[in-house]
Design a protein around this ligand. Structure first.
Ligand SMILES: *Cc1c(COP(=O)(O)O)cnc(C)c1O
Length: 223
């Protein structure tokens, strides 16, 4: 079933867009089924869960961290994480850099923006991001590389609103690209779109979609 779901999702995604299979809460066997169907990019939102799955599964998997990251958990993922989508404070970015130094790595990160209506969602405003990017402290961070931005739309059926929020993210990306990253070919990612809205996100310029339940089925948080 996972294999069929994956194929369905893949068929709906253009070749320039990366599919991150969001496997949070799902058992290793489910991830292995996706792996055997060719999937190599997985997204998780808990540091210890991601570390454990990384240890249990083949080592040619790219692990993307997509959830709210607590600074005391950073150390569990820095040795192997491929991309952190969810940098939502300057403090977190500095802590990631510090741990990356210890691991002698440069860790790729995205800045997460708050564009949804819900207060519950994490993320920076454009002003907060610019404050980071303009600061002297930021310019000294040599072990993190900002590769783009990430965001989530409001959880609603209102397609007009979702599209507007994705469009807003795309505008933020354009602003940052022009002001801070013109000569940086690596600043190119817009991580937006989940199971229920990834098609809209792609139409609005997404380069990475994070799809979970449409591949692995509904999550049961009580188990
Ligand atoms: C869980 C999660 C997803 C995937 O959600 P689905 O609706 O299952 O596709 C994507 N992005 C983030 C940040 C998530 O936490």
């Amino acid at each position: 079933m996972i294999k069929d779901n994956l194929e369905t999702v893949r068929e709906s995604i253009p070749s320039g867009v990366l599919l991150v299979a969001v496997s949070k809460t799902k058992p290793v066997d489910d991830l292995m089924e996706a792996y055997e169907a060719g999937q190599r990019v997985f997204g998780e939102n808990h540091a210890l869960e991601m570390r454990d799955k990384h240890e249990a599964l083949p080592n040619d998997i790219d692990w993307h961290f997509i959830g709210h990251l607590q600074t005391n958990k950073i150390k569990y993922i820095i040795p192997f994480v491929r991309l952190i989508h969810s940098i939502d404070t300057f403090n977190l970015l500095q802590a990631v850099n510090k741990e990356a130094v210890k691991n002698n790595r440069v860790v790729d990160c995205l800045l997460q923006f708050h564009v949804a209506e819900e207060e519950t969602k994490f993320g920076l405003s454009l002003e907060e991001a610019e404050e980071i990017l303009n600061s002297d402290v930021f310019k000294e961070l040599k072990n993190v590389r900002i590769c783009g931005i990430m965001g989530m739309a409001t959880n609603t059926d209102n397609q007009v609103q979702i599209r507007k929020e994705f469009h807003h993210l795309k505008e933020i990306f354009g602003t940052l690209k022009q002001k801070y990253f013109t000569d940086c070919e690596y600043f190119k990612e817009i991580s937006m779109g989940m199971s229920h809205d990834y098609r809209l996100a792609i139409e609005e310029g997404s380069t990475m979609v994070r799809v979970g339940s449409m591949i692995f089925g509904a999550r049961n948080y009580n188990v």
